[in-house]
Design a binder for this molecule. Structure first.
Ligand code: SF4
Length: 459
């Protein structure tokens, strides 16, 4: 097992048997199931829309080189500046250099999984940039110096009482505040930050090749507030978020918030950003930092590249039994849950081998995925690639080949029950499967033996 894998197993053991954690995760799962049922009813034929979305993203893949250049040309024509970052370090320095060159002192940031992926916030803080997170969930996590546990509901792992105590400690507010009061405190703390911001860093849901537009989404208004005053707007976006045409939004935007529509109301607010704000009051500069960071490597993988069509709706991890057992913090990548598991393959086998075990092949996620991604199959694909590289699996392979050989023959299987009941085998599996799992004891007589006996077949 890799070093990362060993640390990971210890963390899993710790969290998977924590009852408090399990209760929170169960409540979250039940909530999603209720919402999802309601959401499916908003489409006359949701499967047709999913197929259309799939085709749009596939088209983007096919003509990536052309579409990316089209996008760059259109952004420049619209008055923006495009920068290309090959990896996380390049992206971080690019953002930092823009802020330094523009002499931006106060920076506000909105939720961005890519920023988490490249470790932007700690890097900018290390460089003494005065940066503030403005997404409520991420803002809460920031108070604890931890990363979001869930791509959609960042602070889902924290309980109200705990957050209230921390807010009292940090902001001197009353004790035992309600969720609504906690949000009010957050907004008050942030209001000055928006007003004094020199620069805003946002992510983007999509960027459009044929117009150069950038699509921003939010559900609390912090994105618009962040870019309203700032003279510098930096959009940090992965190259996978490319879509060919502005018309494609009619399919993709409703699907992006498919599981956020409750009681006929969509919670998401979308902004189509075409150009930097320039009027008598402002002369805003717009920078778009396009980040690769292993996405090209993923594009080369014929199967797994399907994961790049993900629109981050969050459905798969909401229904994933593994995610709902261990939570998001155990995954050591920015996008926890099945998406991160698949993406990790582009980061080398040392970083993905331990994650590839996190799938039970229940296929639940695929029922909900708006992009029709065969998530479990892609995890399996990762496993095949990892098994080819990982020499330490050779022992397990031999045992399984031996078992397979015996279970395929009825008589052999009947004979081998003693082998399966052997203490040594159980001890051996305990090492790889953990102390809490055991092979159930084989019955004294198999069904076929009993059947033969009752019917006197052998006499
Ligand atoms: S893989 Fe599918 S279900 Fe999971 S977040 Fe992406 S689009 Fe949603």
């Amino acid at each position: 097992m890799t070093e990362k894998g060993t640390i990971f197993s210890q963390n899993v053991k710790h969290i998977a048997f924590n009852e408090e954690h399990q209760k929170k995760m169960l409540a979250r799962y039940i909530f999603f199931q209720c919402v999802a049922e309601d959401c499916a009813n908003h489409y006359a034929n949701v499967e047709l829309e999913k197929s259309r979305a799939f085709n749009i993203r596939n088209k983007a893949f096919k003509y990536y080189d052309k579409f990316l250049v089209d996008f760059e040309t259109n952004v420049i024509n619209n008055g923006g500046i495009v920068k290309w970052a090959r990896d996380a370090d390049e992206a971080k320095y690019m953002v930092y250099n823009i802020l330094s060159d523009e002499k931006a002192k106060n920076v506000v940031k909105t939720k961005s999984i890519l920023a988490e992926e490249i470790g932007l916030m700690p890097f900018l803080e290390m460089k003494k940039v005065n940066i503030t997170e403005t997404d409520t969930g991420d803002f809460i996590c920031y108070q604890y110096n931890e990363r979001p546990s869930d791509p959609k509901h960042s602070a889902a792992h924290r309980i109200r009482e705990d957050i209230s105590e921390t807010f009292t400690e940090k902001f001197g507010v009353k004790e035992n505040l309600s969720p609504k009061q906690l949000i009010t405190v957050t907004r008050k703390v942030l209001s000055d930050k928006y007003l004094n911001a020199d620069a805003a860093i946002t992510g983007a849901d999509f960027f459009v090749a044929d117009t150069g537009d950038i699509i921003l989404s939010e559900d609390e208004g912090n994105v618009l507030k962040s870019i309203a005053n700032a003279d510098i707007h930096i959009v940090l976006v992965g190259i996978d978020k490319l879509i060919p045409s502005i018309d494609d939004l009619s399919v993709l935007l409703p699907l992006s918030s498919l599981y956020e529509v409750t009681k006929n109301k969509a919670k998401s607010l979308y902004t189509i950003l075409s150009k930097p704000a320039k009027d008598e009051f402002r002369n805003q500069k717009l920078y778009v930092v396009l980040v690769d960071n292993n996405r090209s490597k993923m594009l080369e993988k014929e199967q797994q590249r399907r994961i790049l069509t993900c629109i981050e709706c969050g459905a798969c991890h909401s229904v994933c039994p593994v995610f709902n057992t261990i939570g998001g913090h155990v995954y050591d990548n920015a996008f926890p849950g099945p998406v991160g598991v698949i993406q990790s393959i582009s980061d080398g086998y040392e970083n993905s081998a331990h994650l590839a075990t996190l799938c039970l092949s229940c296929h639940q996620c695929e029922e909900y995925c708006p992009m029709k991604i065969k998530i479990s199959d892609l995890v399996l694909r990762n496993r095949i690639e990892i098994a080819k590289e990982d020499g330490s699996l050779l022992g397990e392979k031999r045992v399984f080949n031996f078992i397979l050989k015996h279970v395929s023959n009825r008589k052999d299987m009947d004979k081998s029950k003693e082998f399966f009941n052997r203490v040594e085998l159980k001890q051996m599996l305990k090492k790889t499967w953990g102390a809490r799992r055991e092979i159930p004891a084989f019955a004294e007589k198999s069904f076929s033996e009993m059947y033969r006996e009752i019917n006197n077949f052998d006499q």
